[in-house]
Design a protein around this ligand. Sequence first.
Ligand code: SAM
Length: 282
Amino acid sequence: MDNDFELTIIQVIKKYGLLENKKHSKSLGQHFLCDNSLLDKIVSCALPFGNSTLVEIGPGPCGLTRSIIKFAKGNEIICIEKDESLKPVHENIKRNTVADIKFIYGDALKIKLKDLTDKKITIISNLPYNVGTKILLNWLYDLNKINQMVLMFQKEVAERIYAKEGTKDYGRLSVISQLLCDVEKCFDVSRLAFIPPPKVESTVIKLIPKADRPFDIRNLERLTAICFQHRRKTIFSILKKIYPDIISKVLNACAIDPLSRPENISPQKFWELSETMTKLFI
Ligand code: SAM
């Protein structure tokens, strides 16, 4: 039988001997989803696709890819996979579909979205745990290319991305993600849905770039790095050491209570703080 669409993902894993080299698959974060209804549910979160290009990082044995193909209506699909030994699996998919699909082999951390296509991009991915946050941060600097992202992360990482101020998970990643994107939790996924099961639970989230997002957040990044190193201290005591002359004036101008802690300051207020400080230094 040479059409892998007729096989289950478990059969594909067996057919190509995937996951047999445990060290290799572990280093690449290879935990594969096999339940078609769950895979369809993930892809449905990104509907409608419009005419965007659909990008998947780490297709692996193509469970999620098959669902993407199922829902695509002529959309171009680009899959980026680091593990070249999966080529035969991907060749089979390409041979047996009329979808406009391309597989690129390389490290998603090194690939620039603008080099993939002229169109806007919808990213749908079950990201490898070890590089998920880094990949997201790269994309947050490349939002002009992105229509939306539906991404699966380790649950704890997802919680940090969508955490609201005043909660224990709120931090730098929450401020930056939520300032630039509308972030929504879609649903949790049990560790038992994967082969092999990882040690942790997972969560699917959706990020849509905000139309009125700031352009240059480098100063905000520096500010949040300083502030969240001392999340239990007040904002006044953290910043007074670095900006003794201006801090009272700045906090006042931004209507931020000097006794607030970083974890209680919203992304928008952090942005105002960063902008006001930048202007005072110019
Ligand atoms: N999409 C499949 C699924 O949902 O079952 C597999 C997801 S698995 C968690 C992560 C996939 O990403 C693996 O196929 C792995 O080889 C690939 N991968 C790991 N690091 C990568 C990187 N830096 N760039 C591109 N792909 C990577």
